[in-house]
Design a protein around this ligand. Structure first.
Ligand code: DCP
Ligand code: MG
Length: 537
């Protein structure tokens, strides 16, 4: 349900408002914007929130904050001192607020409101400026509108999707489906097969999970409930063989987990633990197990890692590693050191902040780039295990080598600890494209309001403009969704799809759809919004 904007707050500004400067200078991003705020009083600030690009939960969070802390929530941007927006591109912003007006206001990202509310006073707006063009007025690049995010994003016509399709890219898969506990149960079985190197079996489970994630519609289950309760329902689903069907039935009969034995197994626990370390895949995990290792202590001794208290911390701005392939054991030692940080999930606000910080650096290096945060974040996950961002520039020539330059710059500015260019990631063996990319470990700088010192995994992917949207689709995932786009393209259209482009198989002719929707059109697929692409658990 769309979030309803509350009625504007009554104007609490008093006529005796002081215009004295606050001890923290409250600097608008634009020279033209002069905001009268008395010392430390957020309650005097008049706010306007541009609703575009916010999801409903963020919007309700912001309205609640504004209602509680700000002086007034304006109906019209021209009455406001501060405009809060998630939009960062001028072209797109201008669809909502005239540019002349924007130049006279402080235009900030939502973090400004969160932090100001926390601080109980308006923080300097300049640190939270939302629009690149207001910060760098001399670097105007004409970005073709097709590279900007769709606004509003094209609605998904759920009724047109096919719940019983064999392909995840034809089914609407929500983040959490009515059969989520069953999907999780099957995912334990999938993981145990994957850890044991039984890839075909693991894929069958992944496929069954994606079918269950997508098949939550009344046409299959009856009006209510949408939970699988009978063998008859299961028999209507595609891609579920007799063995998995038996597991599904056993689970649905009494909802008792069949996976206790797996979870209790010492081997499963050790393999899961080892493969949770970045860079260790199932094969290495099994090798370590066969050497009799079972715990982290075992692993640390085996790799000669010092105890946590004695370990030297990876210095800020550590080495740039051109590829982790030749690193062998030292890569694992580094990964062990990072383990605790990388296990902490990243909230959406921090994902956005990381993207903003990186984009600012990139803008200094090469003005006019555009980017999309992809991966689980784009599919609506409240927390992510890493941050994936796809970048491009309207001028394809400028994309070449940009990844390396950006990583160097982040390194110089002390924002990352380690980076591998095109490094082989054993966990991502099914998703390797020819795009320039850097798999980095990043830390928000101290100047960031969300600085917390936690090292985060950050994947930077650079695509030429003509394949920007295929890259965005491939990296948005989920894994089974994009895997089935590839399968569908091959089976039905004799085309090859991956993040680096779409080609016709028989003559290798390349296609360059101009928007994300055009990719779906070209592949003769109904449009599915990223929120409905959660075909994995
Ligand atoms: N991907 C893929 N095949 C893989 C791994 C990844 O197609 N084997 C694609 C789809 C993923 C995207 O790349 O959605 C990003 O991969 P992540 O591993 O970062 O996974 P997510 O972002 O989906 O989830 P999270 O990072 O929160 O774990
Ligand atoms: Mg991710």
């Amino acid at each position: 349900m769309p979030f309803k904007r509350p009625a504007p707050y009554p104007h609490r500004e008093s006529s005796s408002q002081s215009h004295s400067e606050s001890s923290t200078p409250y600097l608008p991003p634009s020279k033209h914007a002069r905001i009268s705020t008395s010392a430390n009083s957020l309650a005097r600030v008049k706010l306007y929130i541009v609703q575009a690009k916010f999801d409903s939960s963020t919007l309700s969070e912001l309205f609640l904050l504004a209602e509680k802390h700000a002086g007034r929530l304006c109906r019209d941007a021209k009455d406001a001192d501060v405009i809060v927006t998630a939009i960062s591109m001028r072209r797109r912003f201008e669809r909502h607020i005239p540019w002349e007006l924007a130049k006279a206001k402080a235009v900030v990202n939502p973090q400004w409101l969160r932090e100001s509310a926390k601080a109980g006073k308006p923080l300097p707006c300049g640190d939270y400026a939302a629009l690149q063009d207001l910060r760098t007025p001399n670097t105007q690049i004409d970005i073709p509108s097709n590279l900007l995010p769709p606004d509003p994003s094209f609605p998904t016509d759920i009724a047109k999707l096919d719940y019983a399709s064999r392909y995840a890219c034809q089914r609407p898969s929500p983040l959490v489906c009515p059969n989520q506990s069953l999907a999780k149960e099957l995912d334990i079985m999938r993981r145990s097969r994957a850890l044991e190197g039984e890839e075909r079996s693991a894929l069958s489970y992944a496929r069954a999970i994606s079918v269950i994630k997508g098949a939550h519609n009344s046409r299959i289950y009856g009006a209510y409930p949408h939970r699988i309760t009978s063998a008859h329902q299961v028999s209507k689903l595609p891609c579920i063989g007799t063995k998995i069907e038996a597991s599904v039935m056993a689970y649905t009969a009494d909802r008792r987990s069949q996976t206790e034995t797996i979870l209790k197994s010492e081997r499963f626990q050790a393999l899961s633990l080892f493969s949770s370390i970045y860079g260790i895949g199932p094969t290495t995990a099994r090798k370590l197990c066969s050497l009799g290792l079972r715990s982290l202590d075992d692993l640390e001794i085996y790799y000669g890692v010092e105890r946590a208290s004695q370990r030297p911390s990876l210095a800020q701005g550590g080495d740039i590693v051109e590829s982790n392939e030749g690193l062998g054991d030292s890569w694992i030692r580094i990964a062990l050191e990072l383990r605790e940080d990388l296990a902490i999930q990243i909230p959406r606000a921090e994902v956005e902040e990381m993207s903003r910080v990186v984009m600012d650096e990139l803008d200094e290096l090469e003005p006019g780039c555009v980017s999309t945060i992809v991966g689980g974040y784009r599919r609506g996950k409240s927390e992510s295990s890493d941050v994936d961002i796809v970048f491009t520039h309207p001028d394809a020539e400028r994309v070449k080598g940009l990844c390396r330059r950006l990583v160097r710059r982040l390194h110089e500015h002390g924002m990352y600890n380690l980076s591998g260019f095109h490094g082989h990631n054993p966990l991502r063996n099914t998703h390797w494209d020819s795009l320039e990319k850097a798999l980095t470990v990043f830390t928000l700088p101290k100047s960031s309001s969300l600085h917390n010192g936690i090292r985060r995994r950050l994947d930077l992917i650079f695509a030429p403009p003509e394949v920007y949207w295929t890259a965005v689709i491939g990296w948005t995932g989920s894994i089974m969704f994009q895997r089935d786009i590839r399968q569908w393209s091959k089976d039905k259209l004799a085309m090859k799809f991956d993040s680096s482009g779409i080609t016709r198989r028989y003559d290798s002719k390349a296609f360059y759809p101009k928007t994300e929707k055009e990719v779906f059109d070209l592949l003769r697929l109904e449009w599915i919004d990223p929120m409905w692409r959660n075909a994995d658990v």
